[in-house]
Design a protein around this ligand. Structure first.
Ligand SMILES: Cc1cc2nc3c(=O)[nH]c(=O)nc-3n(C[C@H](O)[C@H](O)[C@H](O)COP(=O)(O)O)c2cc1C
Length: 151
């Protein structure tokens, strides 16, 4: 059984995954902006900025944990260079934790690990029930469209 994941933010995206044969779709980033999520204020602000701009600039980096992870960049933030030396996972995560905490307090985006998927620009700030309802409506409309184009 295949579950599609990564960059899916809308019911239309879920429909696309199902149409290509996935048994289901998994959404992560889409829920970061919901009212109930424990997303930190700085992270939430970046997601809102990405949504307002209609695109989130993200980059894959190993700098924070030594494993590839997708970081959301702030407006004007330069692409991070990959460090020449890294501790093994999870030691790198522990080593950068105090740096990230200080960076968050000081508002330095370069040293903050605000993770988000490539679809961050489609984030919606809603109560979670509202988001799920919206996804369901969009999915129904998209599936109806797919069925019609099959006829
Ligand atoms: C805040 C956050 C933390 C994450 N942490 C991990 C992690 O520890 N390990 C991992 O494999 N993926 C992690 N991911 C990636 C999720 O597995 C990914 O978001 C999921 O495949 C869904 O993709 P999407 O966020 O584009 O919807 C994280 C994603 C976010 C947004």
């Amino acid at each position: 059984m295949l579950i599609a994941a990564g960059g899916i933010m809308t019911g239309r995206g879920i429909a696309g995954a199902l149409a290509m044969g996935a048994a289901g779709a998994q959404l992560g980033t889409a829920f970061l902006s919901t009212a109930e999520a424990g997303t930190k204020p700085g992270h939430r602000r970046l997601l809102a900025e990405a949504a307002a701009a209609g695109e989130g600039r993200t980059v894959l980096t190993r700098a924070f944990t030594a494993r590839q992870a997708r970081k959301l960049l702030a407006a004007g933030e330069a692409m991070p260079a990959e460090p020449a030396m890294l501790a093994a996972f999870p030691a790198q995560h522990g080593l950068t934790k105090p740096i990230r905490a200080r960076a968050e307090a000081a508002g330095v985006p370069e040293a903050q690990a605000w993770w988000a998927g490539a679809g961050a620009g489609l984030s919606r700030s809603l109560p979670v029930a509202g988001l799920v309802e919206r996804l369901g409506q969009e999915l129904a409309v998209a599936l109806e469209g797919l069925t019609r184009s099959d006829r």
